[in-house]
Design a protein around this ligand. Structure first.
Ligand SMILES: [Ca+2]
Ligand SMILES: [Ca+2]
Ligand SMILES: [Ca+2]
Ligand SMILES: [Ca+2]
Length: 123
């Protein structure tokens, strides 16, 4: 009984504490909680939901390569890079969303991250 209580306490309270989640992320930078192919760390940087692998609607950024949140990655999403190439996150923080390699600049390297997901659909 006490054991159950303690386990529940640890799981529900302790593990849900933002500071603990942050510590776990720093400890395990490559953990991908929602299995969408992008680590929690990277999703926090991009601004997508690290605990959701697929957008529920067009206003729910959850899957990094799906920029228009329509649950499919295709040329339409790649076109989002069009006017952002060679721009810097330092000049416009909203560009973080496109900086897959987290180097502060949007360029072809970031576009290449889209490759494995082209024509893929999430659910
Ligand atoms: Ca993820
Ligand atoms: Ca996600
Ligand atoms: Ca899309
Ligand atoms: Ca980049």
């Amino acid at each position: 009984m006490i054991e159950n209580y303690r386990t529940g306490f640890v799981n529900n309270y302790f593990m849900s504490h933002p500071k603990v989640i942050q510590a776990v992320r720093i400890q395990f930078p490559n953990v991908d909680s929602d299995n969408d192919g992008f680590s929690d760390n990277l999703e926090l940087y991009l601004g997508t939901d690290p605990l959701d692998n697929c957008p529920d609607n067009i206003n729910d950024p959850a899957w990094p390569p799906d920029f228009n949140n329509n649950q499919v990655v295709n040329i339409i999403d790649v076109l989002y890079f069009g006017d952002k190439i060679n721009k810097k996150v330092a000049d416009d923080p909203s560009l973080k969303r496109y900086d897959f390699n987290m180097d502060g600049t949007i360029n072809i390297i970031d576009v290449l991250y889209m490759g494995p997901y082209m024509s893929k659909r999430c659910s």
